[in-house]
Design a protein around this ligand. Structure first.
Ligand code: GLN
Length: 531
């Protein structure tokens, strides 16, 4: 079978959940036995989201091959279980960079370089995944932003051209919004009509419309949209608000979204796959009622900033048959005086990743409080580093212990800059990124959590590391280094075995937790919190 291409665009407003719809389509096609991949094209100029403040676009997700990407790739991986790569995340900046580099090399042989065809050709090349290696039955391409944005015009032009070139092997799905006007008591389809018109004005006729709505749309409403927008009635599906994003794939399947895609392409639809494991998961989710309260100590008061951590906790909760209640605790507001109050009622605490010194003292105070009160604690990346600093200050009695990230001249640099990071001056894409091996110490709590696995591989995103010169002192005082990178001897995991659950990881386990395979460390952490 030739590779088929599905393009997903969005209209009316942003934040409609295009990533969730894309991931759901991926999941449904996968359930039918197709090999798929999902990629995200973002119209902004940054080369990658690595240098973006989480307040701008939420968390930065990291692929196993070390690309800093948009958080939608996290949805793709959690829904489908596939591992994405650096080819799955493309920005306008990256496109221009390749074209400009080629121009500097003289590859264009004196031609004038223009948006059309040079930029659009580069977009097309990447949309088709030319030279990216692997072959797929379906390549799903989500374009960020909203139709009509100045920045997204070249992407739309590329889709228009590809559509013509690929014929039936391409399908366009457009996601829009149908607002409910309370005062009028009515759902309004006009914004959708306008959005489709705008798409048509760029030469793209959508095949399928997904309407986001807070109220159920009846058949008349769908019929109206279908006839105004030149779309078949069966190709107008609605995406109502649901209790969980993980209900979306089955809701889409019920409405025949995957079947509509296959029909458009001309592939026999066949039986609807049962998706047993997914339904088992959803049943567990619906049945979990006992609440477990976990505090997230971090500095970004924004849901999306710790997206993968939140989802990993939720997933682990569901598999532990509990309903996880996550409470954000702003580390900038945590003091010695109020920490007991701030963490009151928490059955576990996650100390979040981050960069820079804002809010770190609050993280250190929280780590001390949970350690001395034996509250299960999970430190991730900067969170682990804060656990290490807290231990140095309060147990090893190095009052001035710090990370050289926060204090370049600290005498007790228990967290130091990695050797290979010392000469780096460029910010973007230069950290220790992606998956690295880690050997677990037999008999440790972490080793038990990983089902007695000896060698694991986890994703990283950091410049600083545990300073091995202090390893002996830490271990003698009760904090053990139980995960070591075999090639560089870097300490990847610390734990205090005598505590109920006090583990810090230099890596980010949250990036590899999926719906069908929740991460073992989150599973073990939530289990202990719920006991
Ligand atoms: N700022 C820390 C470092 O670079 C931790 C990074 C993180 O939490 N991802 O090492």
């Amino acid at each position: 079978m030739d590779t088929k291409y599905i393009f997903i665009t969005g209209g009316v407003v942003s934040s409609l959940g295009k990533g969730i719809i894309s991931a759901s389509i991926g999941k449904l096609l996968q359930a039918r036995g197709y090999k798929i991949t999902i990629q995200k094209f973002d119209p902004y100029i940054n080369i990658d989201p690595g240098t973006l403040n989480p307040y701008e676009h939420g968390e930065c997700y990291v692929t196993a091959d070390g690309m800093e990407t948009d958080l939608d790739l996290g949805h793709y991986e959690r829904f489908t279980g596939i591992e994405t790569t650096r080819n799955n995340s493309v920005t306008t900046g990256r496109i221009y960079l390749s074209v400009i580099e080629r121009e500097r090399r003289g590859d264009y042989l004196g031609k004038t370089i223009q948006v059309v065809p040079h930029i659009t050709d580069e977009i097309k090349r990447r949309m088709l995944r030319e030279g990216a290696g692997e072959a797929y039955d379906f390549v799903i391409t989500e374009v960020g932003g909203t139709i009509g944005d100045i920045e997204s015009a070249p992407f739309m032009e590329a889709i228009r051209q590809l559509r013509y070139q690929l014929g039936r092997n391409a399908v366009c799905v457009h996601l829009t919004y149908v607002p409910y006007l309370k005062a009028a008591g009515e759902l309004k389809t006009k914004p959708t009509q306008h959005s489709v018109k705008e798409l048509q004005s760029m030469g793209i006729q959508p095949d399928i419309l997904v309407l986001r709505t807070e109220q159920h749309l009846d058949d008349n409403m769908r019929m109206k949209v279908a006839s105004f927008c030149n779309v078949d009635l069966e190709c107008v599906v609605q995406s109502e608000d649901l209790p969980s994003i993980y209900e979306v794939p089955v809701n889409m399947q019920r409405q025949g979204l995957d079947a509509a895609i296959l029909r458009k392409i001309g592939i026999p639809v066949g039986e609807t796959p049962a998706m047993k494991p997914w339904h088992t998961f959803l049943d567990k989710q619906r049945n979990a009622t006992r609440e477990v309260h976990v505090g997230l100590v971090g500095k970004y008061d924004l849901q999306d900033a710790y997206k993968s951590i939140r989802e990993s906790l939720n997933l682990a909760g569901i598999y532990n048959d509990v309903k996880l209640k996550i409470h954000f605790i702003n580390s900038e507001e945590v003091t010695k005086e109020n920490v007991a109050d701030k963490l009151k009622g928490m059955q576990g605490v996650v100390i979040c990743p981050g960069f820079g010194s804002r809010g770190i003292e609050g993280k250190i105070i929280a780590a001390e409080y949970t350690r001395t009160n034996d509250i299960p604690t999970f430190g991730i990346c900067l969170g682990m580093q804060m656990m290490v600093i807290e231990f140095a200050r309060n147990v090893l009695c190095y009052k001035d212990a710090n990370s050289v990230e926060m204090d370049a001249d600290t005498k007790h640099n228990v967290i130091d800059i990695m050797e290979e990071q010392k000469s780096i001056t460029q910010m973007g894409g230069t950290m220790r990124l992606g998956a690295y091996d880690c050997e677990l110490v037999e008999g440790s709590r972490t080793w038990e959590a990983y089902d007695e696995e000896k060698l694991i591989r986890e994703r990283h995103r950091h410049r600083y590391e545990f300073n091995n010169e202090y390893q002996k002192e830490y271990e003698a005082a009760g904090m053990k280094c139980v995960g070591i990178n075999p090639d560089a001897q870097l300490v990847e995991i610390v734990e205090i075995p005598e505590k109920r659950w006090y583990i810090g990881t230099q890596f980010h386990p949250e990036y590899s937790s999926t719906v069908l395979h929740p991460h073992p460390l989150f599973m073990s952490f939530v289990k202990t919190c719920s006991e």
